[in-house]
Design a binder for this molecule. Structure first.
Ligand SMILES: CC(C)(COP(=O)(O)OP(=O)(O)OC[C@H]1O[C@@H](n2cnc3c(N)ncnc32)[C@H](O)[C@@H]1OP(=O)(O)O)[C@@H](O)C(=O)NCCC(=O)NCCS
Length: 177
C-alpha cells in the first residue's frame, strides 16, 4: 500500500468515503474554472474519475493520490501523476496535477503535496522527468510549478477546446528532495 506522509498531509489511495468530499470539490465552479471546459462535475462523474485513478494505480504504479489533512482526517483534494493522453504533442510524458477544495487554498497544502509527489516520482518510480500542463490564466497552478522548479517547455492549444496551454517540465535528476 503506497502512502506518503508530509509534515501536514497524508497522500494515499482512495477510500469509498472519499467520494462525498471529492464530489463536493468537483461541484464547485471555483475549483473547475481551469479544468477541461470549466464545467462542474456531478457525483457520478467524480465516482468514475476515482475508479479510473485507482485503475491507473494498479496498471501504471502511479496515479492521483487522495490528500488528507493529518490534523483532522479531512479530504482536502488530490495530487498525483498521470499520462496526459489528451495532449499528444507532450507525449511521452508523465504529468503532475493538483485540485483542492477552496477552504484548503492559500495554506501551502498543494505545494507540499506536489513536492512529495515529485519525490515519489523520482525515488519510487524512477522517473527522470515530470511535466505540468495548465491553461493560460491559471496563475495558481503556474505558481506551484514555478515553486517546484519547473520550467516552461512548450506552448500549445488544447486539442478539443482550443484554450492556450502551458507545459512546464522538471528534470528530476536535478530535483532538490
Ligand atoms: C491550483 C491550486 C491547487 C493551488 O492551491 P494553493 O493553495 O493556491 O497553492 P499552494 O499550496 O502553493 O499555496 C499557496 C499559498 O499558500 C500560502 N501559505 C500559507 N501557509 C503556508 C505554508 N505553511 N507553507 C507554504 N505556503 C503557505 C503561501 O502564501 C502560498 O502562496 P505563495 O506561493 O504565493 O507564497 C488551487 O487553486 C486549486 O485547487 N484550484 C482548482 C483546481 C485547478 O485548477 N487545478 C489545476 C488544473 S490541474
Amino acid at each position: 500500500m503506497i502512502e506518503i506522509r508530509t509534515p501536514r498531509l497524508l497522500l494515499r489511495r482512495w477510500h469509498d468515503d472519499d467520494l462525498a468530499p471529492m464530489a463536493d470539490i468537483d461541484a464547485d465552479p471555483r475549483v473547475m474554472r481551469w479544468i477541461d471546459d470549466g464545467s462542474v462535475h456531478d457525483p457520478e462523474h467524480t465516482a468514475k474519475a476515482i475508479e479510473r485513478w485507482e485503475e491507473e494505480w494498479d496498471e501504471e504504479g502511479f496515479g492521483l493520490f487522495a490528500v488528507e489533512l493529518l490534523a483532522s482526517g479531512e479530504l482536502a483534494g488530490c495530487t498525483g501523476l498521470s499520462v496526459p493522453e489528451f495532449l499528444p504533442q507532450a507525449l511521452p510524458a508523465v504529468a503532475i496535477s493538483w485540485r483542492f477544495g477552496p477552504q484548503f487554498w492559500g495554506q501551502g497544502y498543494a505545494s507540499e503535496a506536489a513536492h512529495a509527489t515529485l519525490e515519489f516520482a523520482l525515488q519510487d518510480r524512477g522517473l527522470d522527468r515530470v511535466i505540468s500542463i495548465n491553461q493560460v490564466g491559471d496563475v495558481a497552478s503556474e505558481n506551484i510549478a514555478r515553486k517546484l522548479g519547473m520550467e516552461l517547455e512548450l506552448k500549445a492549444a488544447h486539442p478539443v477546446y482550443g484554450w492556450p496551454l502551458r507545459v512546464h517540465t522538471i528534470d528530476l535528476t536535478e530535483f532538490q528532495a
